[in-house]
Design a binder for this molecule. Sequence first.
Ligand code: CTP
Length: 469
Amino acid sequence: MPIYRLSIVILKNKINFNRGDDVKKVITYGTFDLFHEGHYKLLERAKALGDYLIVGVTSEEFDRSRGKLNVVDSLVTRIENVKKSGFADEIIVEEVQGQKFRDIKKYNVDIFTVGSDWTGKFDYLSEFCEVVYLERTKDISSTELRNSSHPILRMGIIGTGRIASRFIPESHLVSGISVTSVYNPKKTSADAFAEKWDLNSYSEENGFDEFLSCVDCVYIATPHQFHYDYAMKAMKAGKHVLCEKPITLTKRETEELYDFAEEHNLVIMEGIKTAFCPGFNKLISMACSGKIGTVRNIEACFTKLENPKSRELTDTEYGGSFTELASYTLLPIIKLFGTDYEEVRFDSIKNEKGIDIFTKAYFRYKSGMATATCGLGVKSEGQLIISGTNGYILAESPWWKTSYFEVRYEDPNNIEKYSEVFLKFGLRYELSDFVSAINGNKKNDIKLTKKESVAIAGIIEEFMKTKNQ
Ligand code: CTP
């Protein structure tokens, strides 16, 4: 009898659904940034391929690691939008390369699907499940939406040294920004750099104001002592500023720059690359998670043997290990212990010109202690050790380009290992956060706060005061 048969079928489906046997499981992945019609239609068709749809939404770190910078929406918002579409039965986070294969096995997936822009790229998964490429919706993408909502920012570089040359190829990997011009007071230097990187050249001859008038933002890569003037002039002309570290050498100047930016609705960021890279952020989260107990001691060391004839080891006023490297070694200390230290002391070894070739800063906080060690003329093991009441974190050199660290405990066999990507020179991370900040996204504000930047400048200032004692 038909009615009887129907009820059996439903029952069968129910049982099978619970057991997960005949349920056709479909999985798809994406960033789903600025959720648009293309995403909706993709999910709608993905769901129609089976009974149960799993959607993998990429984590911010994963996107960064595969070079997808400038995603506007946070992970939470992107998950929320996928949920709102009503097609996803389950949402997971895609965190690492190679996860798709594991997910397919883990969730017993029958069909893997993505848009036709990926045709062929996932054929290797057909060994484990059916692979379906769905026709991509025409004329819409997150990239287009990102670019149309925010015109491409024109950036000018001030300074033409080593770091400026590293910056240019990194900037090509960040969407939403294009380096168009360079400024160096010396015409020959500006012209040579401009020619190498195909930029407009500005020098004292055709003027700093002209340079500023044709850009939206600047990257300051000059020797430290010129940062303040260039940054202030640029902001007075209404330009956003990304400034190499140390942003200035005094607390007051740093405060002034940030205050000016706040009052005029501009973005100023100090380019301590470590602060913006995914690995360092993971390390800090781990230290704050309680895993190693309460943090009691931090030892941060960075040494880099410099040519004795270099500016860093001959400039008696602004040269030396501490002004050059302290931004890195102070960063984990300030991030974890805060800015209210009870005491700081410095000890240096100097060269014949009186420039510090090796400096240790000792901190005493209410709850712990720390040392920041910097060397341009003495080589040591560049480690970061964060010691807690339950265990410690060890990040070996070059921890300032954090790609690997370990969490260790009393039991020497109990070691947790963490790795993260740090691509090439690592300047893309700060630049990508700079672009999102200009575009009004505040999600990265915590990576390096005004208070932290000001505190770091204040410590460098304290050190400089003790230099001639
Ligand atoms: N998709 C689609 N049609 C579009 C845009 C995306 O079918 N017009 C599909 C993609 O092929 C992918 C899924 O939606 O399967 C998620 O894509 P995602 O990369 O998040 O979106 P895009 O708009 O392609 O993002 P971007 O421009 O940043 O690459």
